[in-house]
Design a protein around this ligand. Structure first.
Ligand SMILES: *Cc1c(COP(=O)(O)O)cnc(C)c1O
Length: 427
């Protein structure tokens, strides 16, 4: 029997999975066409069910930093699986991963492991409210903190396709006005004046769900001092930046220490994990010690903690230098390829991440300016041109490119050559 084609799987997926996907951005809605179904991956590459090979810059939206199917990670998962995959009792693996996370991030005393970034952010918000006794949360338009109700306003990424501007209007049907009544949505990169109703300010220290938007100098420092002035907590959502930008993530990179952190993606080594953490006095408010309830049957799962620990152990300073060098070569190469074609586009780089903004003029600094670039409507053509040339990018204009440690000079050069042909066709 011959293996199924992409088209056949898409037809079957649509019959029994809403929209054919288990996470909306995978559905190609914003670029047109229908998805390739991945059969396997290795390092920087993925192969679809029809045997087409792609250099992959999706890398599970940053969950995979070593590249796919890293032999050490595969080995640690198999070893853990053979010992039993979940127990409902504490394991050594959880202790090891928590130690590794806290050792690396300056100012972080304790973490609780959960199963996704969404769960981490949702729980961190509850903890902040419980700790401060205040209701209001502040977030920034275009920052994504997962899909829990109170954070699903101005949330960028996949939900930005139909984004409602302004504050505290839900991004999604089914989220009540009440659920976001205590959520204030503000513009990224401008330090707000807070008051004493604010429990927590949530921020992506580098915006990576509205394309790639760097924090302006002084933005994170300004949030820190405004939070201190009114007694609010500062939460860095490092689900993307954590363990990707530096050993100590964006916290180390920018030298600003929040009170609470969220992690996910990299720390699970490709398995479902999230974590939230903070200062010991804040974390003491969590159950079973404190009165803020939070729990999870599969939290701190042995397979996930084994994979995560294996990945973190590999991420030393040299690894980050290499990753950043790769991103540098990619951003420079893409810019050059497009400069020759005359198609106006910017490829911003922050640390190891590369973004794509069509148009010219200054780089976007917030969701509004990012949306202006997306409105030019050129991303779908770029995306499909690259895909046809064997380069897989995220199928949405608000995502970023995630080079991994498996992407070498050869992969970057092939990507840049493909981009030069796509640019010429787009001119
Ligand atoms: C991906 C992401 C999340 C949500 O994580 P999930 O594991 O998809 O629930 C939260 N915050 C940021 C910044 C993210 O990029």
């Amino acid at each position: 029997m011959s293996p199924p084609t992409n088209e056949e799987l898409q037809r079957r997926a649509l019959a029994h999975i809403p929209g054919g996907v288990n996470s909306p951005v995978r559905a190609f809605r914003s670029v047109g066409g229908s998805p390739y179904f991945v059969a396997r991956g290795r390092g920087s590459r993925v192969w679809d069910v029809e045997g087409n090979e792609y250099i992959d810059f999706v890398q599970s939206y940053g969950a995979s930093i070593l590249g796919h199917a890293d032999p050490q990670v595969v080995e640690s998962i198999s070893r853990a699986a053979a010992l039993g995959s979940t127990f409902g009792a504490p394991t050594e693996g959880e202790v090891v991963l928590a130690e590794m996370i806290c050792e690396r991030v300056p100012g972080l005393d304790q973490v609780r492991l959960v199963s996704s970034g969404t769960e981490a952010a949702m729980s961190a918000i509850r903890l902040a409210r419980g700790f401060t006794g205040r209701d209001r949360i502040v977030k920034f338009n275009g920052n994504y903190h997962g899909h829990s109700d109170s954070l699903l306003a101005g949330a960028g990424s996949g939900v930005a396709e139909g984004a409602l501007m302004g504050s505290a209007r839900p991004d999604s049907a089914g989220v009540t006005a009440g659920a976001v009544a205590d959520t204030t949505v503000l513009g990224y990169n401008s330090v707000p004046e807070l008051d004493e109703t604010v429990a927590v300010v949530c921020v992506e220290p580098v915006g990576a769900n509205m394309g790639l938007v760097a924090p302006r100098p002084g933005f994170l420092e300004g949030l820190r001092s405004e939070c201190d002035r009114v007694g609010a907590l500062l939460l860095f959502d490092e689900v993307i930046t954590g363990f990707r930008f530096a050993v100590g993530g964006a916290t180390e990179m920018f030298g600003v220490t929040p009170d609470l952190w969220c992690f996910g993606k990299v720390i699970g080594g490709g398995l479902p994990v999230g974590a939230f953490g903070g200062r010991a006095d804040v974390m003491a408010h969590l159950a079973p010690q404190g009165d803020v309830y939070q729990a999870g049957t599969l939290s701190g799962n042995p397979l996930a903690t084994a994979a995560g620990a294996t990945v973190l152990a590999r991420l030393d300073r040299a690894a980050y230098e290499r990753l950043e060098g790769t991103a540098e070569r990619l951003a420079a190469g893409l810019s050059e390829a497009f400069a020759a074609s005359g198609v106006p586009v910017r490829f911003p780089r922050v640390g190891p991440l590369v973004g794509v903004f069509f148009g010219d003029g200054p780089l976007p600094v917030d969701f509004g300016t990012a949306a202006e670039s997306v409105a030019l409507g050129r991303y779908p053509e770029f995306f499909h041109g690259m895909l046809d040339a064997g380069i897989a990018l995220a199928p949405g204009p608000y995502e970023v490119m995630f080079p991994s440690l498996s992407h070498g000079a050869a992969e970057i050069d092939s990507t840049v050559e493909a981009a030069a042909r796509v640019a010429a066709a787009m001119a």
